[in-house]
Write a protein that binds this ligand. Structure first.
Ligand SMILES: [Zn+2]
Length: 217
């Protein structure tokens, strides 16, 4: 009886220390550009990494030449990977659901006027000064950073073309679609400039992810 009591008091023998936890994984630490390029590939984008691109103050690091995301583009563009990824999100989560809502069919092509462009911001003042030859330069456009695109319109599956120039002010289903796309774009991009903004945006919607915030819807 005394022996049993002694054994009970001793309890179970001491357990060996737990094995040291494994080293924290380093595979999860991915260069942001690598992660972004992977996202483009996963979205079936057609693109090519360019390394450094442009000259002087228009030099940008690691942009991509992209000729289509989930949707075809009318011609390729040069954008930072982040802007390219944002556009893919825009195509998938803004443009397509709104096309189905308004037209009961998908958009098959994005039409744009341009992406990367080493130039100063275009305002009515700078454009007039350029015309008169009195330009004093100005702030670089977000196009010069590869963070902007000028969206001209869309082509639907049945061949219908929705054009910012023709349809923005014309009303109807196509106008309603463009207005709703522009309004929703303000949740995705930092700056959205439409034909409602000024005379320089009568035929396109400017979208950028620069540091400013302006929903010029
Ligand atoms: Zn623009």
């Amino acid at each position: 009886m005394a022996l049993l009591a002694l054994l009970a008091a001793c309890g179970s023998p001491p357990q060996p220390p737990p094995p040291a936890s494994p080293e924290p994984p380093t595979a999860g630490l991915v260069d942001p550009d690598t992660a972004c390029l992977r996202d483009l590939a996963a979205a079936n984008a057609t693109f090519q990494p360019l390394g450094s691109f442009g000259r002087g103050s228009c030099r940008i690091a690691n942009p991509v030449r992209i000729s289509g995301g989930p949707l075809a583009w009318n011609h390729p563009g040069i954008l930072t990977c982040r802007m390219a990824r944002t556009l893919i999100h825009f195509e998938t989560d803004v443009v397509q659901p709104l096309a189905l809502k308004h037209f009961h069919q998908a958009v098959v092509r994005i039409d744009h006027f341009g992406t990367y462009d080493c130039r100063v911001r275009r305002t009515e003042t700078t454009v007039a000064a350029n015309r008169l030859g009195t330009s004093k330069g100005g702030r670089l456009s977000e196009h010069a950073m590869g963070r902007a695109i000028d969206l001209a319109g869309f082509e639907l599956a049945d061949g219908t073309v929705v054009s910012v120039k023709k349809d923005w002010h014309a009303g109807g289903q196509r106008g309603a679609f463009l207005h709703e796309v522009a309004r929703a774009s303000c949740r995705v991009f930092n700056v959205v400039l439409t034909p409602n903004h000024d005379r320089l945006h009568q035929d396109h919607i400017h979208l950028d992810i620069g540091p400013n915030t302006l929903c010029g819807y």
